[in-house]
Design a protein around this ligand. Sequence first.
Ligand code: F6R
Ligand code: MG
Ligand code: MG
Length: 369
Amino acid sequence: MAKITLSIIKADIGSIGGHIKPSEKLLQTVENYIKIHGKGLLIDSYVGHTGDDIAILSTHTKGVLNERVHKLCWQAFVTGTKVAKIQGLYGAGQDLLKDSFSGNVRGMGPAVAEMEIEERPAEPFLMFAADKTDPGAYNLPMYLTFCDPMHNAGLLLSPGIKKGFKFVIMDVSYTKADKFIELNTPENIYDIAVLLRDPNRFVVESVWSRATGEQAASVSTTRLHNIAGKYTGKDDPVALVRSQKDFPATGEILSPYSIAPYVAGFMRGSHSGPLMPVKKNSPISFFDGPPIVSCLAFCVKDGKLTEPADAFDHPYWDYVRVKASKKAEEIRRQGFYGQAMLPMSELEYTGVMDTLKELEKKFIIKKSK
Ligand code: F6R
Ligand code: MG
Ligand code: MG
């Protein structure tokens, strides 16, 4: 059996009523495009949405960053954008930042998470998609799943997992090329924590098993403002994580999401809010948020996908959603103040900077006698 590639390519190409969700017609258009034009290229595919973002999961044998696969998804989004414009959807085509396709979609707007794998006899994996946040939103869950036995019991119980993992972490503030560092667990976990505490700058790009050398996780690291030179919306990242055997168990991968940590991306992409785990195809609502993350679990055999199991569709996660709502309520009480609004470098609008510039002229410096 040839190696199989799992690819998620996602974009916001327009939504109903502001930034709530894509229309049924838009979703159908993207799905049909992939079905029809992906024949002979893809083995299988799944199309769904998380908030206003449409994610295309596909399986094929072409490897990562494959031009034909990326072009297919790009064209699906271009075709969808036409429908979004006809329907008058908000932000039609907003994540398609370049006019024409070249090579692959990296650096063109859509987010990408891919990995080429040697399929195991049973190959369970998870597809994460988040809205109203940026790629650093996965930093804490990835850290806790792969480094902390409080979430990953396998680190104590399973010999393969005990050997640890290699983290590849990107410095996304460096825009001339990919700048990354490789750090191993368990010996480098404090260094990993030092980087991952700053999710605006350092982002987990991938995680690898030290027992087998196999890839365990892949995260999209796109920062749209680095491509466009200005803020064009939050990046709304996707991720793939393989589970079981030499990888963490599915429940160990989900466990950190019970924290609903505060992340960047609430209202106007400019506020902090709790990352709420939601069911598949969930919309956005309160204060254009809160930031949400969905998780679909699949098994894949010879590239053929099962139907997804909706990992956050369970009574336990209803309880977490209530907790996340309380956290949202709590931070909203302080409105624009302090930690509630993002630092200047992460604001999606120029309003604050413009006002500061005006006020600067009115400041008085008292001369000392
Ligand atoms: C992310 C998202 C937000 C918006 C941002 C700008 O999915 O929807 O980051 O892009 O709030 O919104 P507008 O275009 O309404 O100013
Ligand atoms: Mg949006
Ligand atoms: Mg979005």
